[in-house]
Write a protein that binds this ligand. Structure first.
Ligand code: SIN
Length: 537
């Protein structure tokens, strides 16, 4: 959990001051920025380019009960998918304010797809109604991101910085006063003093060998917040998306659940449909069930993929709804109107994260979190499809609003003395003659995570994973790094430790957490959350 920075050398680092710093350029970060900028100066930083975020890649859509009598059915579906661990009040906020936030987007002319003069809706796994809005077919995330980014660029209170990697928060014992980041283009440190930080840095899929997540999803926000004293919750609950392209040499490209929503089937490699024998909703069962069914089918047929079949759907529908998926598969020789697509599950989404209240506040003063990095308890043990863009919109907005109101009350905190908790005492830092081979460390860690922290887990595997990660941590976390890739590797190691610890503690199966040695759900002992913090971890 350590960096090479010390409070002494921080005094010499160039600095700037603003009201609110937002880390991350996805839907949550941009929504927070737009809400906060109504009366505060906002600086939003992102470690790569603005479009390098999971939002930009989102295909399926945004779930919102715009055309239902009420949002109650959306609430019920979300609670059912969450397998007993959702916070009902948080879900109520999500689905009710979600309708308001999405209406604002429609009013702001975000080009959602239309049908017969109205908005077009699709359905995905676990939903009891067609309530998933989409844009430009399967480019919902890109379209939404483009619109929100443009609004942020047009707002004179928002400054946007690419290629700035957040290393750590500047904090006193229990309050945050800024951040220290690395300008990766010019390889220089920058200190940003501020009254509040909103962490919206996205997920951690890069812990796993197989993931749908972008390369930037290295879990930085979880590790940074842990180091600053924040509580993290539900870190054992990782969603594996059932259908990612499985082809030698191709990235694990997501094949949206909306494809099954429009009627695609899952087949064994011998062409037999198998989902109806696993669940009454067949291909539209909740994601955890579909992923487990695929793994079981692959085992039963001794194959390492299954097939997703759209060949019975009209070619016009496929072209109109899934232009990106069609184009991507075509680059690898698959015409999805004529060929079935080889697919298998991959790590997709972290339900847990930095624990927040309904206003996005963490237990550390002036530190907020929203989007995937946060745990607002709306997803419980398994997220309902297309609830994540909605969560980013709703809770990003709430965090931005609250930070803005809070900052005006606490404006003197900007000038408070800044302290920085060093990650490693200089005496403990490792100085070696040969550099650490980061790629090799990450390759080993990702394979381990895939094998032992994956869809099915056992106590024996989890103990082995934890011991192995602890051993690697002994030298990786004490290494002295100067480049973002080193800090990222440390963050990946830290979040892998959290996943294995929480997964070992939860001796039951629930939602996305499946223990082969504890196959039953145990409400008597485990209808509760596991929290980790610097003190108990
Ligand atoms: C998908 O399009 O299947 C992904 C949507 C989501 O993760 O909610």
């Amino acid at each position: 959990m350590e960096s090479y920075l010390t409070s002494t050398n921080l005094q010499t680092v160039p600095s700037l001051t603003t009201d609110i710093v937002i880390i991350g350029s996805g839907v949550a970060g941009l929504s927070a920025a737009l809400a906060a900028a109504k009366s505060s100066q906002v600086l939003l930083i992102t470690k790569n380019e603005f479009s390098d975020c999971a939002t930009f890649q989102a295909q399926g859509g945004i779930a919102a009960a715009l055309e239902e009598a009420s949002y109650e059915a959306h609430l019920e579906d979300t609670l059912r998918a969450g397998a007993g661990l959702c916070n009902q009040e948080m879900v109520r906020i999500l689905v009710s304010e979600g309708v308001e936030r999405v209406r604002e987007l429609v009013k702001a002319k975000v080009p959602f797809d239309r049908q017969d003069g109205g908005l077009a809706f699709t359905i995905e796994g676990g939903h009891s109604a067609r309530r998933v809005l989409h844009a430009e077919g399967d480019a919902t995330g890109q379209t939404l991101h483009r619109s929100l980014l443009q609004m942020a660029k047009d707002d004179e209170n928002i400054n946007l910085l690419e290629h700035h990697f957040a290393i750590d928060l500047l904090h006193s014992r229990q309050a945050v006063f800024g951040i220290i980041c690395l300008d990766t283009k010019y390889n220089r440190l920058l200190r940003i003093n501020c009254g509040a930080v909103i962490m919206a840095s996205g997920g951690l899929g890069q812990v796993y060998q197989e993931t749908t997540n972008p390369e930037v999803a290295t879990g930085d926000g979880y590790a940074i917040c842990l180091r600053a004293g924040a509580v993290l919750e539900d870190m054992e609950f990782i969603q594996f998306h059932p259908t990612t392209l499985y082809l030698a040499g191709a990235p694990r490209f997501l094949i949206s659940e909306a494809v099954r929503g429009e009627g695609a089937y899952l087949l064994t490699t011998e062409g037999k449909r198998f989902m109806p024998s696993f669940h009454e909703l067949a291909e539209l069962a909740p994601r955890d069930i579909v992923s487990k069914a695929i793994i079981r089918t692959m085992e039963a047929t001794s194959t390492n993929y299954v097939l997703l079949d759209l060949r019975h759907l009209s070619a016009d529908l496929v072209e109109e709804r899934f232009p990106n998926i069609r184009a991507f598969c075509s680059d690898y020789g698959i015409d999805i109107t004529h060929d079935a697509i080889p697919v298998r599950p991959a790590c997709h989404y972290m339900m847990g994260g930095v624990k927040t209240d309904s206003l996005g506040r963490t237990n550390v003063e002036n530190l907020y979190a929203c989007g995937e990095v946060a745990c607002s308890e709306v997803h419980g043990a398994n997220r309902l499809a297309s609830n994540s863009l909605l969560e980013g919109l709703v809770f990003g907005h709430r965090a931005g609003e609250h930070a803005r109101e809070n900052i005006s009350r606490n404006s003197t905190s900007i000038n408070a003395a800044i302290k920085f908790t060093t990650r490693t005492e200089p005496s403990q830092q490792i100085k070696r003659n040969l550099p650490l081979d980061i790629d090799d460390v990450l390759h080993s860690l990702r394979s381990l995570a895939w094998r032992e922290l994956g869809i099915f887990r056992t106590g024996e595997q989890l103990i082995h994973a934890e011991n192995t990660i602890n051993f690697w941590s002994r030298y990786v976390l004490r290494e002295v790094f100067t480049a973002a890739s080193g800090f990222e590797a440390q963050n990946i190691m830290t979040v892998a430790k959290m996943i294995s610890r929480a997964a070992l503690l939860r001796t039951e199966s629930r939602g996305a957490h499946q223990r082969l040695d504890y196959p039953e759900t145990d409400d008597d002992h485990w209808q509760k959350h596991i929290q980790l913090s610097r003190e108990n971890f």
